[in-house]
Design a protein around this ligand. Structure first.
Ligand SMILES: CC(C)=CCC/C(C)=C/CC/C(C)=C/COP(=O)(O)OP(=O)(O)O
Ligand SMILES: [Zn+2]
Length: 436
């Protein structure tokens, strides 16, 4: 417990008659203070204020940090031994967003690692001999799609993957995370994302899936892990992205969903929190920030114009938070200034930064030529709405708002797994972009 001593804090935070704040309110005040310090060089109070244009994304340092992880992979990363596909995905996607060509030696190593951990009964576990899990399966499929070679695509046994996904599918439309494991909405997203990329979606796989996710929408408007639990951005992104892949976002209550999502941006920090009354965290730049392109599509379908998103989410504020408070001087990105960098936060801070720089729109007019999973190809950048805070060189490569791998890697994977049907859709999208 701490004692309040500032008039404005008293106005903002709950306190008891003795002026005592709770531990969590104190954490909030300390977080704000550390972020104020990170922004200080750019404020008028600073002796020599720097323009915001001087905010720089230290791309080379982040590349070095990410590559350094690979050489240390045998030593301090034992805690991630059950998450090898995640590590592969976080590393590859971060490099890809930074525009760094994936080195051949890394691609070879990832392919061999993932080959060894594919389960004989389908899907991927966390490491050799481990039981298949839908989250590590999602990460493995994304990692292989990022490498994007025939050799990488051919690692995936689509027949057994289909069997594995059906073995975790429940009658009520939910998915367990592994055979005999817990149900939660991450399972729905991971299963549908992997199935969409590899073109193995069937009516049995999708039956009741949207209805289950709708049951996870809470009274606040966001989505919880399963029916009856608190809404959280991690689960909200998963539930929403899964509904988008199912073509069923209409099943949500749009008003409360919009209100909950817009309320996750922190007014002082600029970054997002994951749930009500919690702290800002850089990774929510993606888990919360990733909601907005899909929400934009929902609002457009409901008759709003594209500009509506500008009132729902402050892209400058988010970018300033990521650039000023989440970058370590020595490379890598983090949750907040008081935390250390890690691969997960580096990947998701960059994913959120990419989405806030490039406003992605869905090409509604092409929906008829892209049945089923192929409509995931219809996202393109609305170039007029590109917004890069700080140095123009901060611009990142474009990530897909639903699958979170680069849009060009999505196209390439779809060409491989869907063949001619994907070719036709890509051609139409390209023609449409030229027309714009
Ligand atoms: C595809 C996939 C597997 C997605 C994962 C989604 C995700 C990030 C879920 C978050 C889970 C959760 C409840 C975190 C709360 O942690 P906390 O209490 O430490 O954090 P908080 O205070 O910010 O809520
Ligand atoms: Zn985080």
């Amino acid at each position: 417990m701490g004692v309040l001593n500032r008039e404005e804090d008293l106005k903002t935070y709950g306190y008891n008659d003795d002026g005592i704040v709770t531990d969590s309110s104190e954490d909030q005040l300390k977080t704000e203070e550390s972020i104020r310090r990170a922004f200080f060089p750019y404020t008028q109070e600073s002796p020599m204020p720097l323009p915001i244009a001087r905010l720089e994304l230290r791309k080379l340092r982040h590349v070095k940090y990410v590559l350094g992880v690979i050489d240390k992979a045998g030593t301090h990363l034992t805690a991630l031994d059950a998450s090898k596909p995640w590590l592969c995905y976080w590393i590859l996607h971060a490099l890809d967003l930074l525009g760094y060509r994936i080195p051949e030696r890394i691609a070879v190593r990832v392919i061999s690692t993932l080959q060894h951990i594919q389960s004989p009964t389908g899907g991927f576990g966390g490491g050799p001999g481990q039981q298949a899990h839908v989250a590590t399966t999602y990460a493995a499929v994304n990692a292989l799609a990022i490498i994007g070679t025939k050799e990488a695509y051919d690692v995936i046994n689509r027949e057994t993957l289909k069997d594995f996904l059906m073995s975790v599918k429940q009658k009520d439309g939910s998915f367990t995370m592994m055979v005999g494991g817990e149900v939660d909405v991450r399972g729905s997203y991971c299963a549908l994302s992997a199935a969409t990329i590899t073109n193995i979606v069937t009516p049995e796989l999708t039956a009741n899936a949207a209805e289950f996710i709708a049951r996870c929408q809470t009274y606040e408007g966001g989505i919880g892990g399963f029916p009856g639990v608190e809404a959280h951005a991690g689960y909200t992104f998963c539930g929403l992205a899964a509904l988008e892949l199912l073509g069923r976002t209409d099943i949500l209550d749009l008003d409360t969903f919009t209100k909950w999502s817009a309320s996750r941006q922190m007014s002082m920090e600029g970054g997002f929190q994951g749930r009500t009354n919690k702290l800002v965290d850089g990774c929510y730049a993606f888990w919360t920030g990733g909601i907005f392109p899909i929400l934009g599509k929902m609002l457009e379908t409901a008759g709003q114009d594209q500009e509506v998103l500008d009132f729902v989410y402050d892209r400058d504020g988010l970018q300033e938070y990521l650039l000023a408070a989440c970058q370590s001087k020595t490379g890598g990105l983090r949750d907040k200034p008081s935390k250390s960098v890690d691969h997960y936060h580096t990947c998701y801070c960059l994913s959120g930064l990419s989405l806030s720089q490039h406003q992605m729109s869905f090409r509604h007019e092409l929906k008829d030529i892209a049945p089923g999973g192929l409509s995931a190809l219809l996202w393109t950048e609305n170039y007029d709405k590109r917004k890069v805070v700080g140095s123009p060189s901060n611009v990142l490569e474009i990530t897909h708002p639903v699958l979170n791998i680069r849009v060009d890697k999505v196209r390439k994977a779809f060409l491989h797994y869907y063949g001619k049907a994907a070719e036709d859709v890509i051609e139409e999208v390209d023609i449409e972009i030229i027309r714009c």
